[in-house]
Design a protein around this ligand. Structure first.
Ligand SMILES: *Cc1c(COP(=O)(O)O)cnc(C)c1O
Length: 400
């Protein structure tokens, strides 16, 4: 029945359903493109595991900062809590001003979000009409696919090359119906990156009416030369929305604050339909203070660098293959279904994420923890594989 016709009244709907010989439910009325979405699988909360198994557990499952938040951010949040009877500044004036100075882009090119996750979704809602196409890579962050499908868009998944976004292939997948592309750099869950030169070439080849969303959630961890100059492209007026977050190096995943840097014309439109108070005053205050704690960021980067080295060395010693990572997590290939291994690890008090749902059925993703947590993971993954009788490779590459 056409929209706006008599079919919109409940009575008529009922009649329509009855005449078809069945009663419709709410679920029947939810579009197939929503019902077909595979749910996001969050990491298990450490409290839940400890309650169920009555053991101490380490959580290396959600790429969180193992050092915790900046004490300055915690104090600022505590102070802001005292004004929690008031609605926050929905425009996040002070935080956007601070980010503007820090990044060298006008505040009008910055949009705050309830985590980067919200901005991923808002981009799809802004750009996609049902049936239009959006592209992302296989083996990447599930929220891109979920947001495309929730907006009714047609999801186009491009295979990876050696665990990395294949920008060439994505360019070839662009059609006149493409409106949106999601890129993750570094990519979650593989920990790989593409260089600034490759992005520049990509942006030159993608038509200007296609929005490229570049998720740089792990930006602050990357130390490789030539990694990113994405903000130059925003300044140059490219159709690019760069996403960053306070959830990772700043250690504020629980407070929900992310930001996008992109064309003012796009952000103006998104600002019209986003929730007016999408970021809390507490989150804004914590983020402002976190930006001032350069020492905490530096310690977090240093700890991560050491942890990546510790995990790489330990995994090699254990005879396990992994994808070299530039971020704060490592994808470990086990040559066997990873779910039982993850379950076994859970029983031993180590929470990692089996990656079938992200496209790697034989891999787990382990987040870089503190030195003690990494040590515990390395000891227990060896024990878990032995307990399950999974073979590993010795120094000569022989399965044993
Ligand atoms: C962790 C992560 C984010 C951050 O999401 P928030 O909503 O800001 O917590 C964004 N993108 C990717 C790929 C991530 O792994």
């Amino acid at each position: 029945m056409p929209n706006g016709g008599p079919g919109n009244s409940p009575g008529a709907l009922e009649k329509e359903a009855n005449s078809a010989g069945m009663t419709k439910t709410i679920e029947d009325r939810i579009p197939e493109y929503i019902r077909g979405i595979s749910p996001y699988v969050p990491g298990k909360p450490v409290e839940e595991v400890e309650r169920e198994l009555k053991i101490h557990a380490v959580k290396l499952a959600s790429n969180e900062n193992p050092l915790g938040p900046s004490p300055l951010a915690v104090e600022a949040a505590r102070v802001a809590l005292a004004s929690a009877n008031r609605y926050p500044d929905g425009g996040g004036f002070y935080l956007r001003e601070k980010l503007s100075k820090r990044l060298g882009v006008p505040a009008g090119n910055i949009l705050l979000g309830n985590g980067t996750s919200e901005l991923i979704d808002l981009a799809a809602r802004c750009m996609l009409r049902p049936g239009e196409e959006a592209i992302t890579s296989e083996g990447s962050f599930p929220l891109y696919s979920i947001s495309i499908r929730a907006a009714g868009g047609r999801l186009v998944l491009v295979p990876q090359r050696e665990y990395t976004f294949d920008l060439e292939a994505i360019t070839r997948a662009v059609t006149p119906r493409t409106r949106l592309v999601y890129l993750s750099n570094p990519n979650n869950p593989t920990g790989t990156m593409f260089k600034a030169d490759a992005l520049d070439e990509f942006l030159d080849r993608v038509p200007p009416d296609v929005l490229v969303v570049l998720d740089e959630a792990y930006f602050e961890y990357v130390e490789q030369p030539g990694y990113s100059r994405s903000l130059d492209s925003v300044r140059a007026g490219k159709s690019l929305l760069v996403l960053r977050t306070f959830s990772k190096v700043y250690g504020l995943a629980g407070i929900r604050m992310g930001y996008g840097i992109g064309p003012a014309a796009l952000l103006d439109q998104i600002n019209k339909f986003r929730a007016p108070f999408n970021t809390s005053g507490i989150a804004q205050a914590a983020a402002l203070a976190a930006l001032d704690d350069a020492e905490h960021v530096r310690r977090s980067q240093e700890s991560n660098r050491a942890g990546l080295g510790q995990l790489a060395e330990g995994l090699r010693r254990e005879g396990l293959r992994f994808v070299p990572s530039v971020a704060n997590f490592v994808l470990v290939e086990l040559d066997t279904d990873a779910q039982p291994v993850a379950n076994e690890l859970l029983g031993r008090g180590v929470i990692v994420r089996p990656m079938r749902w992200m496209g790697f059925p034989n891999a787990v993703r382990v987040s870089v923890g503190t030195a003690d947590e990494n040590r515990k993971f390395l000891a227990e993954i060896g024990a878990a594989l032995d307990a399950l009788g999974v073979k590993r490779r010795d120094a000569a590459g022989q399965l044993r």
